[in-house]
Design a protein. Sequence first.
Length: 311
Amino acid sequence: MISGQLIDNIDVSDRAPIRPPFTVDQLMAFIGVLEKGNVTQAAESFHLSQSTVTHHLKSFQQVLGLRLFQKVGRNIRPTDAGLELASSARVAVKAMHDLIDAATGLSKVESGVVRIAASQTTVSHYLPAVLSDFLVNRPGVSVDVVPGNTVDVCHKVAMAEVDLGLIEGPLATKGLAEHRLARDEVVLVVATTHPLAARSRVSRRDLLVSRYLARELGSGTELIAEEMLKDVYHLVSRIQIGQMDAVRAAVRAGVGFAALPRIAVQDEIKAGLLTVLPIRPHSRWIRAIRRSTASGPAAEELWSLLRNRHW
């Protein structure tokens, strides 16, 4: 087993390759049991016997000198040490997948898989045009899109669950690379039939006697709404609706007011269905994010397109 002291004394910028004390099968067994919650399901997912996965898992813990799981009923749960190693293990497995994608890309032009996590605003109003440009001459490339709020997207990128992310709020995870794509604006809107729609000025009291329609916790837009409304955000009567489309529909029905991206409600504003309240909008950046380490060739091409696109 390689000791921690020996590893710490090695200059990582100029060191010879070190053979890890564990095998790929052992690492995959750890990830499989971590994700599935028990050995049986992990073995089924790998098309291996339970005894084989158990052996790999036991060997992995032995070479690391750590207990990574503990029994809880019929399932097993990761220990604190297991949780601590989980993110690094996922990054390692993702790196192996990237190696396979890179090799595939070299032997088969314009192939591979790109995994993207995107917040609701970006997945509806920014990502489609990018994917159209990216995929038009790349028929062999597959794209998996995972919707989520800004906090979720940052987490998935950091944990190597996806290659890239598009967010509408500030970075929620440290250590990620970002590129600013476009300026966006968050506005407070009501239905044109709502009593506030006719006001040339809207006071704090006006808002407090109305009802606020909220997105889900972790939404980049919701974080900005808190900045815009200040103490009113915590005092006003609210309905927690969640999804942006549902919030927009409730606003159109006259249920209350909401903070929404202008790009998401511009058609309703032009059609006279919604009115922007006379409260200063909040400008923000739509960002593309990634880990600092390289991804597969297809993901690298998409990142390059995002950086060079004129919005």
